[in-house]
Design a protein around this ligand. Structure first.
Ligand SMILES: CC(C)(COP(=O)(O)OP(=O)(O)OC[C@H]1O[C@@H](n2cnc3c(N)ncnc32)[C@H](O)[C@@H]1OP(=O)(O)O)[C@@H](O)C(=O)NCCC(=O)NCCS
Length: 177
């Protein structure tokens, strides 16, 4: 049984979210913006193009991580990008990987069972971000290529390695998720 669950963020998460992000500043800062007060804005932006999930520890209810499923495009593409952070003290315990498996499963699941009905997912990672590349590979993502100057982060346009996975390559998780 998974040590974590995933669920949509809600307004009452703002306080615990801020604490988790602040606690994890040094861990997140090299790779992603650190925005402890960012949850209300994230909630406002939820819609057809963006769905966020919090990864929660089953044992103590603590916030393990967050994943944004962004740039969701349906129609003939059914594609989205995954962006994520894990939080201390759970980072590096395998819980984030477990939570991301649940997120990927939800992304590929049919809309009639509460999934997003996507066909392809991308993870874009800066070349030196070994922990994120390890996570993408643990989830089964394939390395597709290199995208120069892809995202504006920490004051510059950063190169990214592009990983992807399609629904055909995913073994759906068993049981109620
Ligand atoms: C990228 C990031 C989300 C990866 O999360 P994480 O905390 O490493 O993920 P997990 O909690 O699943 O931990 C995995 C590690 O714990 C280890 N581990 C320990 N116990 C484990 C267990 N019971 N089960 C599985 N793995 C376990 C794994 O071996 C792995 O270590 P490794 O990568 O050295 O092999 C995290 O490093 C992070 O937030 N980084 C800063 C922001 C960032 O880079 N975001 C992504 C931008 S693309």
């Amino acid at each position: 049984m998974s040590r974590v669950i995933i669920r949509a963020p809600r307004p009452s998460d703002a306080g615990p979210y801020a604490e988790a992000v602040l606690r994890s500043t040094q861990h997140i800062k090299p790779w992603n913006p650190v925005e402890p007060d960012g949850l209300p804005d994230l909630l406002q932006r939820q819609g057809p193009g963006l769905r966020s999930y919090l990864i929660i520890d089953q044992a103590d209810g603590g916030l393990v991580g967050k994943c944004n499923v962004s740039n969701i495009v349906m129609g003939r593409f059914c594609n989205a990008a995954l962006g994520y952070d894990s939080y201390l003290p759970y980072a590096g315990t395998g819980r984030m990987t477990e939570g991301m498996r649940l997120v990927v499963d939800r992304c590929f699941a049919d809309q009639v069972v509460g999934g997003l009905g996507l066909h392809r997912l991308e993870i874009n990672v800066q070349p030196d971000n070994e922990r994120s590349i390890a996570l993408a590979r643990r989830l089964g993502f394939r390395h597709e290529g290199f995208t120069p100057r892809m995202l504006f982060l920490a004051g510059a346009w950063r190169d990214h390695e592009r990983f992807a996975l399609t629904a055909e390559e995913w073994q759906p998780l068993e049981g109620p998720q």
